[in-house]
Ligand binder design. Structure first.
Ligand code: ADP
Length: 370
């Protein structure tokens, strides 16, 4: 069954507090959409409204074009994977995987074949007769995924499925989930996470949530390159966010008298906005004021049309292949992630950083709450 998901103005409140507020979102058939946002922003509530474990106070939920708001969970055609695996400890792997099918009254004769198929898809065939306690965390999560897939869902709901795993296992499982998505191109997935790397890696689109509301939605590239809100900019990747005023078309002013070139789109002169530039696109200049020259970071050919900001170094972190340099510029922090330098700047140095106009984007003030 191929089926997309649609939320139509879904609101949920607990004890008078709205935790999901007029939520609208469409997941196309076969699409992976990540719900990304800080803890408590309403992501799980949205997911549970699709699963049928939360009843919306208003609004409707559709799967495959059908209004399922009033259907019980087991009749919605969904599979669900949660953070804590939730396997039955007294059942062997194969029985855990079969469980959902028994509950859904799949004909008995079909069950072993579908268990085998689901275990194979998740690489767990050899573990069919083990008990959950005889498996690692990563293996348990594979079994949980196999169980969700065995019911042949049109919709797979994943709620922080990797957050109980350590970092190395997490990245392996992330690749596994991407592979499953390729092998099951008709299954829509809604993936709750607070981890931007998971969202950027796996999702066709990311829905950014904050304070019970959908703040932004777009492809990972759109949200990263041209965030619509300051919240998105800082949550999807690191961001330097500077308050600026549009001076004229293509130019904004920052601080006392600094002019920066950037696409001002249709914003009128005098309008306040936030300039967003990613730390890895900020370069240390060759010709900084004390003449040291940090050429290692200077991919920008400093000349006409390149933006420059002069400031004082407040922190330098070595991160292996890169240095992260913090500077104070006109009372604001600017971060530059530059390729590793042979002699990095030190605290108190005055340096100039540069970025290309095309590498910055402008966020009008008053969009979202950012
Ligand atoms: P997220 O998944 O983004 O962390 P949740 O959807 O789990 O957020 O929770 C949103 C808000 O709703 C939180 O403030 C949480 O405490 C509250 N909440 C969630 N479930 C319940 C519940 N069953 N009863 C009362 N409050 C709840």
């Amino acid at each position: 069954m191929s089926s997309g998901i649609r939320f139509d103005r879904v609101s949920v409140a607990y004890d008078g507090t709205t935790v999901l507020d007029g939520f609208d979102l469409t997941v196309e058939p076969g699409e992976v959409v990540a719900l990304l946002g800080p803890s408590g922003s309403g992501k799980t509530t949205a997911l549970r409204a699709v699963a049928g474990f939360v009843r919306p106070d208003s609004g409707r939920v559709f799967i495959g074009g059908r209004d399922i708001t009033d259907l019980p969970p087991h009749r919605r055609g969904i599979g669900m994977v949660v953070q804590q695996y939730a396997l039955f400890p007294h059942m062997r792997v194969a029985d855990n995987v079969a469980f959902g099918m028994r509950a859904r009254k799949v004909p008995k004769g079909e069950i072993p074949g579908r268990v085998g198929e689901a275990l194979e898809m998740t690489g767990m065939t050899a573990y069919a007769r083990r008990y959950p306690r005889e498996l690692s965390g990563g293996q348990q999560q594979r079994v949980a995924i196999a169980r969700a897939l065995a019911v042949r869902p049109g919709v797979l709901l994943l709620d922080e499925p990797l957050s109980a795993l350590d970092a190395r296992l997490r990245s392996g499982m992330l690749a596994e989930l991407a592979r499953l998505h390729r092998e099951l191109p008709e299954v829509s997935m809604l993936y709750v996470t607070h981890d931007q790397v998971e969202a950027l890696t796996l999702a066709d689109r990311i829905a950014v949530m904050d304070r019970a509301r959908l703040q932004d939605c777009g492809t990972p590239q759109e949200l990263y390159r041209t965030p619509r809100t300051a919240f998105t900019a800082s949550f999807v990747g690191n961001a330097n966010l500077l308050p600026v005023t549009v001076a004229k078309k293509g130019v904004v002013s920052f601080g006392d008298a600094i002019e920066l070139a950037v696409d001002t789109r249709d914003l009128a002169s005098g309008v306040s906005a936030t300039l967003c530039v990613r730390p890895h696109l900020v370069r240390l200049g060759e010709g900084d004021e004390d003449g040291d020259g940090y050429g290692g970071g200077g991919a920008v050919d400093v000349g006409a049309g390149v933006n420059a900001l002069a400031g004082v170094v407040t922190e330098v972190q070595w991160r292996g292949a890169a240095h992260r340099v913090h500077l104070a510029v006109e009372g604001h922090q600017v971060i530059a992630d530059v390729p590793e330098l042979p002699s990095p700047p030190v605290l108190g140095d005055r340096v100039t950083v540069h970025f290309l106009p095309a590498d910055a984007s402008l966020i009008p003030q008053g969009v979202g709450h950012g």
